[in-house]
Write a protein that binds this ligand. Structure first.
Ligand code: EPU
Length: 342
C-alpha cells in the first residue's frame, strides 16, 4: 500500500465552518492497516504535530496547521441480531447521519433522536454526542482505537470512555493519544420511543402522529434541526459553539432574584445543579442574529456561530470572545467552548 501525502493542503472543504486554513501535510486513511503503516513506516512524518479530522464539524481553524492532518475515511457498517438486541458496528469514517438511517430503515431503535447530527461515527464518542433527549453513551458498547504511543489497536468499553455531558476520556486525559477506528452500538428491535424533549412532542402532534415509529422520530428531529439550525453546506457553522453551562441551584436562585423579570431557561441535572440554556443567555445579551463582519450568531439559535461568507477562523473566535465576555459580565457565568480551537 502506498500512502499518499498531500503538501500545503487547503482545509476549507474539511471544516464545516468553511474557513480557510492550510495543513503542512495531509493524508486520508481508509483502514486500520494504513494507520499502522503510517506510524511504523513513516516515523519522521508522525514526529510532527498531528490533528485527526473526521467530518471537521467540531473544529475552528484560527490559523494554519503546521503539522500532519489525518483524515479518517474508514467505511463500512454491519450488524448482528440476537433476539431483540442488535449489535451495529460502523467504521469511524461513516457519516453519523448515514448510520442513523441505516438503523432506522431496518427498525433498529436507539439513535433515531440523534438524526442529522453533523460529523462522523469516529468523532461521536469523543464528545459523547447528544440531542433531543438521547446521548451516544445510552447505546455505546465499545470502540476500537489506534494508540499512537504504542502503535497498537486497542479496545475501549463504555466505562473506559468516562462519558459525561459532551465529554469523554478522548477529550480529556487521553486527548490526542488515540485514533478511533470503529464503533459498536447496541440497539434494539423493541423501541423505547423518546418524545420527552419538548420540541419533538409538539412537532409530532402538529403532524398528527399519536404513536410515532422510530422513522417518525428521525424525520421529526431532522425537520426541527433543519428549521432551527443553518445548513453547513450553505452557511458555515459547527452546531452549538458553547456547552450549556452547569450551575448550582443556589446560583440560579441568586440570578432569578437579581433579574426578576427574566424567565431563565434551564434543566435539572443530578445533584443540586441545573444546566442553563447557553443560547438563551447569549440571546439575553443581545447577540442573537448579530453580525460582526461575516461572523455572526444564527438568527434562530444564538448558540450557533456562523460564517456568513468570508469570515476567517479568527473573526469567529474573536466573536466568541466577545460573547463570553458579555455573558460573564451580565450573569457571572463563563461559557465553555464545545468546538475545538486550532
Ligand atoms: N434558546 C433561546 N434562545 C436561543 C437559543 C435557545 O432562548 O437563541 C432557548 C430555547 O428556546 C430553548 C432552550 O434555549 O428553550 C434550549 O434550546 P435548544 O432546544 O435549541 O437546545 P440547546 O440546549 O441550545 C442542545 C444541544 C444541541 C442539541 C439540542 C437539542 C448543547 C451544547 N447543544 O442545544 O446540540 O441539538 O440541545 O437536543 O448541548 C450540538 O452539540 O452541536 C448541538 C446542536
Amino acid at each position: 500500500m502506498q500512502l499518499l501525502f498531500k503538501k500545503n493542503f487547503s482545509l476549507k472543504n474539511h471544516n464545516t465552518f468553511g474557513v480557510e486554513a492550510f495543513a503542512r501535510q495531509f493524508i486520508e486513511i481508509n483502514n486500520e492497516e494504513e494507520l499502522i503503516q503510517l506510524f511504523t513506516q513513516q516515523r519522521d512524518v508522525v514526529q510532527q504535530p498531528i490533528l485527526v479530522l473526521g467530518g471537521g464539524s467540531n473544529v475552528l481553524f484560527t490559523k494554519d496547521f503546521d503539522g500532519l492532518v489525518i483524515r479518517i475515511n474508514i467505511q463500512g457498517i454491519s450488524h448482528t441480531i440476537s433476539g431483540t438486541d442488535v449489535m451495529v458496528v460502523a467504521g469511524a469514517g461513516v457519516i453519523w447521519n448515514d448510520l442513523v438511517w441505516y438503523c432506522v430503515d431496518r427498525r433498529f431503535a436507539g439513535i433515531e433522536n440523534m438524526a442529522l447530527i453533523p460529523g462522523t461515527v469516529g468523532a461521536a464518542p469523543i464528545q459523547n454526542i447528544g440531542a433531543y433527549g438521547a446521548e451516544l453513551q445510552d447505546v455505546f458498547v465499545r470502540c476500537r482505537a489506534f494508540d499512537t504511543q504504542t502503535g497498537e489497536i486497542c479496545t475501549f468499553d463504555k466505562e473506559d470512555c468516562r462519558f459525561s455531558y459532551r465529554e469523554s476520556i478522548f477529550k480529556s486525559e487521553a486527548k490526542g493519544r488515540y485514533i478511533i477506528t470503529q464503533v459498536t452500538l447496541k440497539l434494539s428491535l423493541n423501541p423505547t420511543i423518546n418524545t420527552s424533549y419538548g420540541a419533538i412532542g409538539v412537532a409530532l402532534s402538529k403532524r398528527n402522529i399519536q404513536e410515532p415509529s422510530i422513522k417518525d422520530i428521525a424525520e421529526t428531529v431532522s425537520s426541527i434541526r433543519t428549521d432551527k439550525l443553518p445548513d453547513p453546506s450553505t452557511i458555515g457553522n459547527s452546531g452549538s459553539f458553547f456547552k450549556n453551562p452547569i450551575i448550582t441551584v443556589q446560583y440560579l436562585r441568586h440570578l432569578q432574584s437579581t433579574f426578576p423579570d427574566m424567565d431563565f431557561v434551564y434543566y435539572p441535572v443530578a445533584g443540586e445543579q441545573v444546566k442553563i440554556a447557553a443560547g438563551w443567555l447569549i440571546e439575553q445579551c443581545g447577540w442573537k442574529g448579530k453580525k460582526v463582519g461575516d461572523a455572526g450568531t444564527w438568527k434562530n439559535q444564538a448558540l450557533v456561530l456562523v460564517n456568513h461568507k468570508n469570515a476567517s477562523g479568527m473573526d469567529i473566535y474573536n466573536l466568541s470572545e466577545q460573547i463570553i465576555h458579555d455573558v460573564e459580565s451580565k450573569f457571572g457565568i463563563t461559557l465553555e467552548r464545545e468546538v475545538n480551537i486550532i
